[in-house]
Design a protein around this ligand. Structure first.
Ligand code: ZN
Ligand code: ZN
Length: 57
């Protein structure tokens, strides 16, 4: 995944959060102005969690 630069100040973004299923970075934040990107939740990684919460059939 490409790391974008900050939309506010143009500084490089750092890794803030990783997907606990596939370990891809899903959230970046700027060290300079504290701006953080929208969390990119992986739909395919959410499915197992939803199944756990519903408790099966
Ligand atoms: Zn994932
Ligand atoms: Zn910034």
């Amino acid at each position: 995944m490409r790391i974008d630069s900050c939309r506010r100040c143009g500084e490089n973004l750092t890794t803030q959060k990783e997907c606990n299923v596939c370990n891809e970075v899903i959230l970046f934040s700027c060290v300079k102005c504290n701006y953080s990107t929208e969390e990119k939740l992986h739909f395919q990684c959410q499915v197992p969690i939803i199944e756990l919460q519903s408790g099966g059939r």
